[in-house]
Design a protein around this ligand. Structure first.
Ligand code: NAD
Ligand code: UGA
Length: 475
């Protein structure tokens, strides 16, 4: 155990979806602590420093107000990584940990190169005693590697450099990040050094009650994060599987969800059927769990969790196929309005969004998609679909029969629907609950469809306007 005084300065490596909001809330709640958020990405740091709080790099309801209160006071965003590490009592590692794309474990294992690089940077630049906190989601036993890298530097710089390593995974969900951070179900701290654990607990203790701060060993903490995401994703695959059965049998998945969710052992949350889960973490974290299970020789456990991801991909493919089948077996040359591209409402994040694979499948079938999303821009969609939009003049002429599939951005739902054979809702944005289906149907080519993969639209109004309607999970 190492002794350490109260934490006066924090450095967070990684100014992403987790680092930015998490540190903004810590700075807001702990005005006595200086919080430096650092990143290699100068553009991202510049965006965090933008005068216009509407242009922060991450869109999260309430984030602008929190950043507005703390930035320039005790919250700073900078690319000066080494200086921030040198001045910090505590360093959070909040860097990306995507799935490996090549080499051993490609497609499943986490790519830990950014964690290793940031640990090496801390080892080199730290001063005195530094508590290093794993905030990124990591395979169980990663702390061993982090400790090994830090130990190699321990005792250098005149013998004053020492480290403690903690695991403190983040459970925020995008779109509700600020609420989740300000009022978490729990904060999890794993470690061996009790003084370090209490230093971190005292930071959260500024606004989180002690009974919600759980202390575990390092490995339980690391594994709990993967397990939490796996359980959440498993519920979504379970309800999506039942949704398909509801469609085949005349049951309604929302009624089934309500009926099972009132059982307190099951609970009502995370039972919304949809186009499949997206987001940067569920798939990557389950695949990581699958990889770990195989590594430890647990093949049955690995295949069990793998099937959760398999069902998710199937759900996305099923929706694209269903659209094609309903439109007389072909979408070639047909316009389809896509409402929502973000992986869920209230975020501008499109990582692993179901919209990506569904749109790609429809483009492959020759459709012309008109895509609208309140927070996702054309550039992001271009990157995700791997192709730029066609120009408006070509789009206005329509897609020649047999032509390649394309997409165009649309400014409004009505613009997207003009001349379309179908509207496909892929993100549950609030505004899609109150659409004027009379006006939309009037600009569509008839016969026209509404495919509601989120079951948010007013289906009765759409039917009354003459549209055929498919809602996920409705038999
Ligand atoms: P992100 O990609 O948005 O941000 C990571 C940032 O780290 C990037 O801006 C990158 O430039 C920076 N970075 C990488 N290496 C660096 C280095 N050596 N020095 C300085 N900066 C460096 O990722 P994210 O969504 O914030 O996720 C971060 C971690 O948190 C992941 O492990 C993820 O699984 C986990 N997590 C994410 C969420 C979420 O909602 N996005 C929630 C809980 C946990
Ligand atoms: C998820 C977890 O909820 C967080 O606790 C975790 O910290 C985070 O992953 C992470 O580790 O990154 P997030 O992916 O931001 O958060 O958002 P969720 O609300 O979990 O939604 C994930 C996906 O599941 C979305 O595509 C969403 O539309 C879908 N979903 C969610 C459903 O289809 N049905 C539901 O009932 C709930």
């Amino acid at each position: 155990m190492t002794t350490t005084g109260p934490i006066r300065s924090i450095c967070c490596i990684g100014a992403g979806y987790v680092g930015g909001p998490t540190m903004a809330v810590i700075a807001d709640r702990c005005p006595h602590i200086t919080v430096m958020v650092v990143d290699l990405n100068a553009e991202r740091i510049a965006a965090w420093n933008h005068d216009d709080l509407a242009r922060l790099p991450v869109y999260e309801p309430g984030l602008d107000a929190v950043v507005g209160r703390a930035r320039g006071r005790n919250l700073h965003f900078t690319t000066a990584v080494d200086d921030a590490i040198a001045g910090a009592d505590m360093v959070f590692l909040s860097v990306n940990t995507p799935t490996k794309t090549r080499g051993v474990g490609a497609g499943q294992a986490s790519d830990l190169r950014w964690i290793e690089a940031s640990a090496r940077q801390v080892a080199a630049a730290a001063n005195g005693h530094t508590i290093v906190v794993e905030k990124s989601t990591l395979p169980v036993r990663t702390a061993e590697a982090v400790k090994a890298i830090l130990s190699a530097a321990q005792g250098t710089a005149g013998g004053t450099k020492t480290f403690s390593v903690l695991s403190n995974p983040e459970f925020l969900a995008e779109g509700s990040a600020i609420g989740d951070l300000e009022n978490p179900d729990r904060v999890l701290i794993g470690g061996e050094d009790e003084t370090a654990i209490e230093s971190l607990a005292s930071i959260y203790g500024q606004w989180v009650s002690q009974e919600r701060i759980l202390r575990t060993n390092l490995w339980s903490s690391e594994l709990s994060k993967l397990t939490a995401n796996a359980f959440l994703a498993q519920r979504i695959s379970s309800i999506n599987g039942i949704a398909a059965l509801c469609e085949a049998t005349g049951a309604d998945v929302r009624e089934v969800g309500r009926a099972i969710g009132t059982d307190s052992r099951i609970g009502a949350k995370f039972l919304q059927a949809g186009p499949g889960f997206g987001g940067s973490c569920f798939q990557k974290d389950i695949l990581n769990l699958v990889y770990l299970c195989r590594h430890y020789g647990l093949e049955q456990v690995a295949s069990y969790w793998e099937s959760v991801v398999g069902l998710n991909s199937w759900q996305q493919q099923r929706i694209a196929r269903l659209v094609v089948n309903s439109l007389f077996g072909t979408v070639s040359g047909k316009r389809i309005a896509i409402l929502g591209f973000a992986f869920k409402a209230d975020t501008n994040d499109t990582r692993e969004a179901p919209a990506i694979s569904i749109c790609r499948d429809l483009i492959e079938e020759g459709a012309q998609l008109a895509i609208v999303d309140p927070k996702v821009g054309d550039q992001q969609i271009t990157q995700d679909l791997g192709r730029p939009p066609v120009d408006p003049v070509t789009a206005a002429r329509g897609v020649p029969l047999g032509g390649d599939g394309t997409w165009i951005p649309a400014e409004s739902v009505l613009e997207a629907a003009r001349g379309a054979d179908a509207v496909l809702i892929l993100t549950e944005w609030q505004e899609y609950r109150h659409l004027d289906w009379g006006a939309i149907a009037a600009v569509m080519r008839q016969p026209a469809w509404l495919f509601d993969a989120r079951a948010v639209a007013d289906a009765a109004a759409a039917r009354a306007a003459g549209l055929s309607v498919w809602r996920v999970g409705e038999g």
